[in-house]
Design a protein around this ligand. Structure first.
Ligand code: ATR
Length: 270
């Protein structure tokens, strides 16, 4: 049977096996997808081992996305721009790498009735999570894309990878005088319980606030947005299922149904 894995450390919390198994049942694909805890210095061994044992592909999560990028023989354009991969495809001795996080984000926004076209988008953060979605956001033709980061130089470094003028890099303080339609949080601040230095008025004037993080409870950023009456307040659970669906499509050539799997996961979270 065709084998797939999600590699990470830690990995016990991963919902990917559940999601991919649901997709396989829905679309009647004969495949086996498991999670695998990989020691920090054993990533390439784990990949080679999978390839030698009927492996057809894998997902890669923290902390291996950059190592996976380095291991690939071929990369998609969006993976090259992100500098990281979350999806590996093994075909005829070649390891091909792609990143589906951006597709997952955009498809989840569209599913939530939020269009990026002609909107002013503010992306918070300039780490791996932010880098992974920039290209997909630009493909939607927003009116503008601004990246705000605590360390300005990291936001500036991202802008340099894209055509001049297509992205603005700012500090959090700079956002105080600006107005945005859609605010996407790609920082890890919420995970460590920190709140973001972003003003109520900036959040209040937006139509959608998205946090790539998800959990049983809304993040501090989403709570703030909800309290301020923002129309669309969305967590990252749909992005998780969306990126999984895009990986599944790359491996199996069929597009699974996101909505039913997302509903099951939402119930499990509660
Ligand atoms: P990830 O892969 O989740 O993106 P990362 O590459 O470590 O993780 O990036 C974390 C991001 O969250 C960075 O943009 C970081 O800002 P810095 O570049 O200035 O470090 C941001 N971040 C983390 N904690 C934060 C906080 N308390 N306030 C604001 N930004 C924070």
């Amino acid at each position: 049977m065709d084998q797939y894995r999600v590699f990470g450390n830690p990995i016990a919390q991963s919902k990917s096996p559940f999601i991919q198994q649901q997709f396989a049942v829905q679309t009647k694909q004969t495949m086996n997808y498991l999670s695998e805890l990989v020691e920090l210095d054993q990533f390439s061994c784990a990949v080679k081992n999978l390839i030698a044992n009927k492996g057809k592909g894998a997902n890669v999560t923290a902390p291996f996305k950059e190592q996976a990028f380095a291991l690939c023989d071929e990369l998609s354009e969006r993976a090259k721009l992100a500098g990281a991969v979350n999806t590996l495809i093994f075909s005829n001795g070649v390891i091909y790498g792609d990143t589906t996080d951006g597709v997952g984000l955009v498809s989840d926004l569209l599913r939530s009735q939020v269009q990026l076209r002609d909107t002013k988008v503010l992306l918070l953060g300039a780490g791996g999570a932010a880098k992974g979605v920039v290209q997909s956001i630009l493909e939607q033709s927003p009116k503008s894309l601004t990246i705000a980061n605590r360390t300005l130089s990291k936001a500036q470094a991202i802008t340099q990878q894209y055509p001049e003028g297509s992205i603005k890099a700012v500090t959090f303080a700079d956002t105080e005088n600006l107005v945005f339609d859609i605010i996407i949080n790609a920082t890890s601040a919420g995970l460590s319980g920190d709140s973001l230095p972003i003003l109520d008025q900036t959040i209040e004037s937006s139509i959608a606030c998205y946090d790539m993080v998800y959990g049983k409870e809304p993040t501090a950023f989403l709570k703030q947005a909800k309290q301020l009456g923002v129309e669309h307040v969305i967590d990252g659970l749909g992005m998780l299922v969306g990126q999984a669906a895009a990986s599944f499509q790359l491996w199996r050539g069929v597009s699974p149904d996101v909505e039913s799997v997302l509903a099951s996961l939402r119930t499990q979270l509660k």
